[in-house]
Ligand binder design. Structure first.
Ligand code: URA
Length: 189
């Protein structure tokens, strides 16, 4: 079963890597498809690759990724146990916000990743992912840590790690949101 999933994800990566659905394919260095446990119960979804991710081809490997790793370690949910991906698979120049047409062109890849990996919990990292996956009027300051049931998924959003790098005062709330994610994940078989 997981061999089939692995093969289908590899085929999806090939499609994604050669995608010309938006202009970001012209400026990217690497496609940042997603990494982690393909049988993960919990999938984290960020916004788009930054500079380091673009250079290395992996999500959340720069400064914000290092901070994310620390939170994952604290709740005893190592990076290798979860799957991590982004809404966009190619880096927007100068890390600007994704354009709606870029999200539209890319979202099918994430949908297919979700179908294949079939997590129980989806955690949106930041406002952009929460608006796209939970609801368009999502307010990260007011609604981080709240839980939503959407189809077969249990979903929540937490602050984007880059927001936590800029504003240390958000870190206490992040910690309690992350512990709740761990608790809910442990409750699910
Ligand atoms: N920010 C994101 O949203 N995703 C990454 O992969 C890196 C930084």
């Amino acid at each position: 079963m997981s061999e089939t999933v692995q093969k289908e994800l590899e085929a999806l990566f090939e499609k994604c890597d050669s995608c010309k659905g938006c202009k970001l394919s012209e400026t990217k260095t690497n496609t940042v498809f997603g990494t982690g446990n393909i049988q993960a119960k919990v999938m984290f979804v960020g916004e788009a690759p930054g500079e380091q991710e673009d250079l290395q081809g992996e999500p959340f490997v720069g400064a914000s990724g290092k901070l994310l790793d620390k939170y994952l370690a604290v709740i005893d949910m190592p990076r290798e146990s979860v799957y991590i991906a982004n809404i966009l698979k190619c880096r927007p120049p100068h890390n600007r916000d994704p354009l709606p047409e870029e999200e539209d062109a890319c979202i099918e890849f994430l949908r297919k990743q979700l179908q294949l990996i079939n997590p129980k919990i989806i955690v949106c990292l930041g406002r952009i992912a929460a608006k796209r996956l939970i609801k368009p009027d999502f307010k990260i300051t007011a609604e981080h840590g709240k839980w939503f049931e959407k189809g077969k998924y249990l979903m929540c959003a937490v602050y984007h790690p880059s927001a936590l790098l800029r504003d240390l005062s958000k870190r206490t709330e992040m910690l309690s949101d992350m512990f709740e994610i761990k608790k809910r994940a442990d409750e699910i078989q």
